[in-house]
Design a protein around this ligand. Sequence first.
Ligand code: PDD
Length: 292
Amino acid sequence: MTIFLNGEYMPIGEAKISVMDRGFIFGDGVYEVIPVYSRRAFRLAEHLRRLQHSLDGIRLANPYGNGEWANIINELVERNEAQDQYLYLHITRGVAKRDHAFPNPPVKPTVFMMSNPLLTAPADLLQSGVGAITAQDNRWLRCDIKAIALLPNVLLRQMAVDAGCAETILIRPGSNNEPSFMTEGAASNIFVVKNGKLLAPPKDNLMLPGITYDVILEIAAANGIPHEVRRIGVAEVFAADELLLTSSTKEVLAITRLDGKPVGSGKPGEMFAVLHKLYQDFKRDVMRQNSK
Ligand code: PDD
């Protein structure tokens, strides 16, 4: 596997960073995960926009312009074999003496990118759906920043694995007697389907603004699928006809069991079938347009 580190391409085994890197010491950095289909980055402009938002959120200057990022990404895709890949892009505040405050003057950020083969869900998973559990969302109040400091997400996701499930759906306690509400998954966005309508939580500081989430809402709008973006109470999650999970690596999956009980019929529903097909069509159309 060839990776990119601080301006150079090299085999992963040769890549080295300092133990004083602020990413290692403080988790002081941000990342992106970008899917590549047929050797072309999907929704690159949107991923780079979200990267800029994350960098602004941690007050770190973007080391490259969008054109430079595109060149690095194309080069890395070129140097790796798989047709479909997922790129992991990671920027930290760099190497400095350990001090919580930013290094002053600033040091060079560490920029790392790797590519792995993108394996989308196998047919049996699409047919059966996946299990999920719920847990209290105990993360910070800037979940819109794609921060590399993922310890809460790691622990929350492991709870799902320990329960034989694929994902943990996160529930925030409401403030001022408001009911608790759903934010997202430990590593995905979550949609609720009720009476033929697709419900999505609003993009605010309590969830990651998913690129796949945006694609799903665009597809819904373009195809006349009833949908609404609003806060979703915990009771609505448990009363859902369908639950859907989205991310760049999982695309769209049906959640068919929640906390050990069937969701709706216990099988992937009509909304999942429609959106999954439209998502595949959308991907194909976008990739075809890009290749012209
Ligand atoms: N995670 N919410 C969280 C907390 C996530 O970590 C992710 C993605 C998403 C979905 O965003 P997108 O559709 O842009 O992938 C939502 C990636 C895949 C990861 O950390 O590996």
